[in-house]
Design a protein. Sequence first.
Length: 151
Amino acid sequence: MFKNLFLTFIIGLLSTQSILANSPLPIKNQDVSPEQLKSQNKEISKLVAEELSKNLPQEIDKYTKLTKVDSEEANIIYTFEINTGAKSDMAVQKEDHLRMKEAVTRGVCQSSKRFMDAKITIRYIYLSSKSKSNLFQFDINQAICFKLSGN
């Protein structure tokens, strides 16, 4: 199941990167004022969420479905539903949360440098497809990636 969830993360990243590559908005912090940067980041987050939402819900694998991509300020929020099978929500929270957080964070920090440099936060929310309860969620931002790189 963990391998499938990781594939979910990769698909989201690839989609997001293609949108950013085609974005006409500049993503250079030093070229804009703090107010312009905040406005720019909100717009980028909104555009990414709108573009990715066009193909939802999207079955990622037999366990995972991407159900929503949203934006809030300078945050891109991915919401997934996980079919936990025979595992209880509590078991998934205990067994999969840290492993998923570490794997997804490493991947985002390596492949979404432009988001991180632009100070856009990426949030992952995982819900149980059975109970609809929040299994876990985590945010990834520039500070987390900087810390992860050992600087």
